[in-house]
Design a protein around this ligand. Sequence first.
Ligand code: ATP
Ligand code: MG
Ligand code: ZN
Length: 488
Amino acid sequence: MATTSRRRVPKEPFHIHEDEPANGSDMDELTESHTQVRADAGADNGQQFDHDDDQEDDEDAEQECDSESSDETEPIDLTVQEDMEKLNQTFPAFKDNYRLIKRIGEGTFSTVYKAEDIRYDRYNNSWDIDVKENQWTPPPPLKYASHSRSNSRSRPPRTKKFVAIKKIYVTSSPSRIHNELELLHDLRDSPSVCPLITAFRQSDQVLAMLPYFRHQDFRKYYPHMTIADVKLYFRSLFTALAAVHERGILHRDIKPTNFLYDPPKQRGVLVDFGLAEREGSDHKPCLCHLDQETRKQRVRASYALNAAHAGPQVGYPKNDTRPSRRANRAGTRGFRAPEVLFKCTEQTTKIDIWSAGVILLTILCKRFPFFNSADDVEAMIEIATIFGTKRMRQAGQLHGCVFETNIPSIGAQGFTLEKIMLWSTCRTDSKTGLTQEEKEAVLFLGRCMELDPSRRISAAEALDHEFLRLNGEDVVEEEGSEEDVAMV
Ligand SMILES: Nc1ncnc2c1ncn2[C@@H]1O[C@H](COP(=O)(O)OP(=O)(O)OP(=O)(O)O)[C@@H](O)[C@H]1O
Ligand SMILES: [Mg+2]
Ligand SMILES: [Zn+2]
């Protein structure tokens, strides 16, 4: 039985300030602290935002990731000039606070820009993880160095600070925008989660200001990841998920473009809480939360009722009088958990673990996107091809669904994930099987891709799983290279 414990976070007031109309209002007045949320996301009418079926098409965004260095003198991209002018018109004090540099992402719900935070020094920047993490002592200034050549070079220039400005499209509903900002605010101190610095609103225009995170395009680095790299990536991702889930929040859209990873720094942050929701906010009872025996009885009774009314059935009823089931299926195709596809009405944080599992499957199989279905039925078929009809039927029954297919390529037993990985990486010749560490990765993958959400590993358990656990050896390796250890 799936029950997920939820810790209620003390509800800190979520301050919403409205920017003055464009009458020369100075953003300064609103920016006492960068840690305060200054947005008015519109009507906070307590409405649950409608997560209905139309939220699925956010997957095609060909997001441009910023893989180059954070160049100190980055010029302004000409194509954003127009956007900048518009922003300056809407938010007159914008240009005094931020210098827009370029567009870094264009999603279904927003455009994201990179900008320089010109007045960084004037605010409380407790969100700045670079400052928090920067424990190293910088080398002495050149003027103290024995071979200093020039006094003029003695003061290092101040490092520029960059932010990501998420301009949320006006077509997004106010309650939805409010939801995203509120959840980000709740998660502000969570490790590996991108904090919200602040937000601005001018009538229907909303800007969320986030720290800018350097990251690389997943498609560029995933083919070269070693198992050691994979462990670090997932340790970072599961750290974020554990923090989010601990607060009873489902992200709902875990996929590579929403986890900004910087391979050289081996650090990632989770972004995009546009589809996130609080667990239980939209629940109606589902069979999966009943004990096994009661569930079996209900399923048997339902079969008996159907048989009595219509006799043995083949195919599906033409005039189905049963009420259609409505469930939240927001997310990205290819990453949706089986219970989302089966329209489970009591979805839990485990849906995010499945999606993380799909990322792992992608990396291990070196194929992106791994699943490429056009709709939910195709997505079920893809999953059934791996897991087989037998397990898929059981997975459906958990939520009161009947899964049947006569597609010949879908076998009853399916395949092991190990086999899938060997095939995908063209190692069908059985002499070269998986390495020991690859086998460990596949075991962990199996725990993330359990069809039954109640048996699927949780984020907290994953961090304690031997595949991700930091053991003594890792710590030694982190502190010094192998040669260093040998020399000691
Ligand atoms: N804090 C940040 N630092 C650097 N880049 C960012 C940041 N936040 C977002 N981005 C970039 O912008 C892209 C889109 O951001 P986000 O996912 O929040 O918007 P979205 O409109 O919901 O996108 P989508 O619909 O594609 O999921 C990200 O994939 C990333 O490349
Ligand atoms: Mg996104
Ligand atoms: Zn269910």
